[in-house]
Design a protein. Structure first.
Length: 109
């Protein structure tokens, strides 16, 4: 059983091609990516069943997208969860290259 006092961290694990979210020392989930030059294709997000319903997937995607912005890397949201997150959070829509936005149903901005 986890408590709200536990530390939640999001880290990049490039060796496994994914950002991971940990609750304390326990891996709670990840979002997989594939680097393609100056763009990363996000392809799959998964949160462990025992961690569901706590908003961890949103925290994970926010952390990953913040890191993509810091690195000046574009995002291709093939993962449905990442795509929905970007659609719902206008401040991340600019991470999807303008020429690719229609494909992912992201407003042109």
């Amino acid at each position: 059983m986890t408590t709200t006092d536990e530390t939640v961290t999001v880290t990049d694990n490039p060796g496994n091609g994914r950002f991971e979210i940990h609750v304390g020392d326990v891996l709670a989930g990840f979002t997989e990516y594939r680097p393609r030059g100056d763009r990363f294709s996000f392809v799959h997000t998964e949160i462990g069943e025992e961690f569901g319903g706590r908003g961890l997937a949103s925290r994970l995607i926010k952390g990953a997208l913040d890191e993509m912005r810091a690195r000046d890397i574009g995002v291709l949201p093939y993962c449905p969860f990442v795509k929905r997150y970007i659609q719902r959070h206008a401040d991340y829509q600019d991470l999807v290259p303008a020429a690719e936005r229609a494909k992912f149903e992201i407003p042109a901005g």
